[in-house]
Design a protein around this ligand. Sequence first.
Ligand code: HEM
Length: 150
Amino acid sequence: MDISKLLHLFAVIIWVGGMFFAYVVLRPSAVEVLQPPERLRLWDKVFSRFFKWVWLAVFLLLASGLYMIHLFGGMAGAPSYVHAMLTLGTVMMLIYAYVYFVAYARLSKLVAAQDWPSAGAVLASIRKLVAVNLALGLLTVAVVMLGRGM
Ligand code: HEM
């Protein structure tokens, strides 16, 4: 359980911590310093690197999480906060899959075509979905820690 829990926590730190930095620190700094074309090129590069780590985090969360549920003797033996975590985690992964396969794929094409107004609109939609996933990620950690009585 310890190694799987450690990998699980590393995955949470990489994904949720990365979203926090991107949304709260990098986004306003980029708006203050860069013009739209540079800003959009920056985010295209940032997402191409960060999303590789998010796929690793999604894999580690599912593998370690489902293994730990197996150690609980399946969902019937798992505490209710684990049920809530699986639900919230699945919603986060579905939102991320949409961001990656639909919005980010569109953003990369528009940046390559230097269509800045359309790329800006797609970036705005990604920003809103990252805000939702950041809130869900922090909520999931709170549900687990409060559910377990910390
Ligand atoms: C969607 C798939 C997921 C599954 C199946 C899953 C399952 C589990 C299980 C079974 C545990 C052990 C609970 C215990 O021993 O009390 C656990 C711990 C934990 N999970 Fe998840 N989880 C998932 C996603 C997430 C996500 C998305 C987050 C946060 C964003 C998260 C945060 C945590 C935390 C903070 C712990 C406590 C680790 C500790 O004991 O220090 N999990 N998870």
